[in-house]
Every structure is written in C-alpha cells, then in structure tokens.
Design a protein around this ligand. Sequence first.
Ligand SMILES: Nc1ncnc2c1ncn2[C@@H]1O[C@H](COP(=O)(O)OP(=O)(O)OP(=O)(O)O)[C@@H](O)[C@H]1O
Length: 401
Amino acid sequence: MTQTDVTPASGSERGTSGPILEVSNLTKHFPVRSSGLIRRTIGQVQAVDGVSFQVQRGQSLGLVGESGCGKSTTGRLITRLYDPTSGSMKFDGREIATLNNKQMLPLRSEIQMIFQDPYSSLNPRHTVGTIVGTPLRVHKVVPEKQVLNRVRELLEVVGLNPEHYNRYPNEFSGGQRQRIGIARALALQPKLLVADEPVSALDVSIQAQVVNLLQDVQKEFGIAFLFIAHDLAIVRHFCPEIAVMYLGKIVEIGDRETLYNRPHHPYTQALLSAAPDVKQAAIGGRRDRIRLEGDVPSPINPPSGCRFRTRCWRAEDLCAKVEPPLLQIGKQHKVACHFAGEFDAVGEKPVPSTLAALGVNRAGDKVADATVDVESLDKAGYDDTWTDLAEHRQASAQVAG
Ligand SMILES: Nc1ncnc2c1ncn2[C@@H]1O[C@H](COP(=O)(O)OP(=O)(O)OP(=O)(O)O)[C@@H](O)[C@H]1O
C-alpha cells in the first residue's frame, strides 16, 4: 500500500476548491484459490489495475465499458465496500484508501451509492419508512421525532407519494423502487453519489424518467456523480466527462464532445460504433459498425503490453511489448494507445505517437539516455500543457528507427 495521510487536509484543500474525488493508481486484485482442503492462492483477478481520475465538485464523470472490465469494483472501492490492494483515493482532500471502518464512519454519509438492481438492494421485510429512515437514525441526522417528516420530504423529492412510507418494496414497480434507493442515498445529503448502472435493470420507457430525476437531484443539491454504465447513450446525457475502461484499465478519458466526436482509442471507437446515434440517424446515416473479434481476455492472465491488443486491428509487436501510457493529448483528453491520432491516416504506415514519451524505439527497446517522467503519465486530472500529437509523431519518427 502506498504511503497515505489520514489527517484531514488543510482548509484550502477541503470544502470548496479542488476535485471532490481524486483517484490515483487504484488497484484491486482478488485472489483466486485452488479447490480442495488446502486452498492456496494460485492467481489474482486483476479487476482494477492502476486507474487514475478525478471527479469535480457537483460534476459527473461517466465510467463505461463492457461487463467485467472493473467498473463496479471501482465504484465499490470508492465507497469502501472493498479495500483497495494499492493506490490512493482522496475524498474532499482527505486520503480514504487506508481508513479503517471506524475512521470511515463519519465519511460514509458523504459518499453514497445507488445500486443496479432495485429488487435485491431493498430489504423486502422493511417498510419504505424504515429503509429511507435508517440512515437518518444511524447517523443521527435529525431527532427521532422528525425522522418520519424527513422521510416524507425525501419521498416527495424523488417523485413518490409521501404517504406511502408504510408500504413494502414489493408494492412498488422497478422504477419506483429505484426512486426509493435514490431517496435512501439522498437522506444523508452526500457530496458524492456512486451510481452503479442505476437504470440498466429498468424498462427502457422508465430509464429516461429516472435519469431525469438524477439530473434534477444533481442540480438541486450540487451532488457529484460517478455514473457507471455500459450504455454510452445514457452516460452521454448525464456526464460532461467520460472514462472508458477495458480489462481493469482506463483506456481513454475526456470531455464528452471530444470523446464522442473524435475518439482516439480503437476500443472507444468500437463501443461508439455499436451505440445508437440519434444525430447520425437524423441525417440518414449511421457510424460504420466495428465488430470486435474474439472475447475479452481473462483478467487473471491479461495480455502483455496493451490489454486491448488481442482484439485490435491496429496492433503490432510494440503493443505486445510495451504498455501504452495514458497520455494527455488535448486540454481535457487522455488516451492509452501507441497509435493515438492515427485514426485518420488511412493508407499511411502509422508512426506510434508514444515512443518519445516512453523513451523506446519502435521495437519497444529502451533508447539510451532517454529521459522519461513515468510518474506524470499516471497522474489523475489534466495538466495545463499536453502532448501535441503532430509534434510528437515527428519526435517519435526520429526514434522509430
Ligand atoms: N468478489 C470478487 N471476487 C473475485 N473476482 C471478482 C469479484 N468481484 C469482481 N470480480 C471479477 O473482477 C472483474 C471485474 O468485475 P466488475 O464487476 O468490477 O466488472 P463490471 O465492469 O462492473 O462488470 P458488470 O457490468 O458485469 O458488473 C471480473 O472479472 C469479475 O469476475
């Protein structure tokens, strides 16, 4: 575990400035054990393997990717339902990666989670009043006499009849149950909400209503969101910034406009080509569909170098040998691909754009006396200066050999 600081940050960092959440090099490996009497550890599921990102106050970051890429594990690490294997998570300027349960307790009210399945996440034996009122009681937010009133208010905020507090979850539809989950999450007035596929289990006709509710809630209470989804279309409406995950890593992160209009990573391009595009449909066309070959490799034994290379049409030897860094290539845009920026160089032999930054040649071998600032390549957030791809390609061309 990295060295961490459990004392509250200084006033300038806490409260009003800086990101509400800063995640750096976060890793979660689950042990794989042998069967039999003596259950030895025989491998590790590399569910999350060194992700870095920031969530700004009152803003939302979308986290997308196929099933199994580590989105939920990331959400559960941030809410500390899981302990990280390594890495740092700063919430409101304070390191939370190493806090124990007792130290985490006061912060639990500030980071809440909305779960995917509104059927299994609500206790069927408890009334709505108990479900929404319990966090108020546990954290002693209001005196006992006022709990019921507060529950009624919260039900009203999420568009439910406040008089239904004594009903049970099975008396509600899926969309209504998710509203109960949202009311419960709002009870403690969190600063950050981790919404793990909050509408995936709902009918398409209901999804938009719940997303609209979340949007209203965000505006009204200024809550920051980490919005986890496999559906790029939903994230597009909710999040001004989006991170794309593949096999435990972030492969591209950036502002919505750049990511949707000029995605650089082949995986983002493939995901987008599979998503319905209303604008494109309106002008009578659609994006060319990119069909990815093969299955997602096992996170127990991921491919060397770039994890996407086994399914990538652009991959060459370099990709197997050297992992591409998450390189900042625009004001608010980072991408982890040796061939970033080459998507429109049709017919030309592409030159990798990362060689100069990594100090390697095209065969992936270290170049003598190259200076590489590896730490800056793993940083959360964006720098004021970034890699100009055209310039870098020229520099890379010189080391490409
Ligand atoms: N408790 C656990 N023990 C062992 N492996 C786990 C555990 N939780 C998740 N994994 C594995 O970690 C990887 C990432 O899982 P995760 O649920 O985070 O992915 P996801 O992108 O959220 O997928 P989904 O959308 O299906 O939930 C998967 O290979 C999964 O099997």
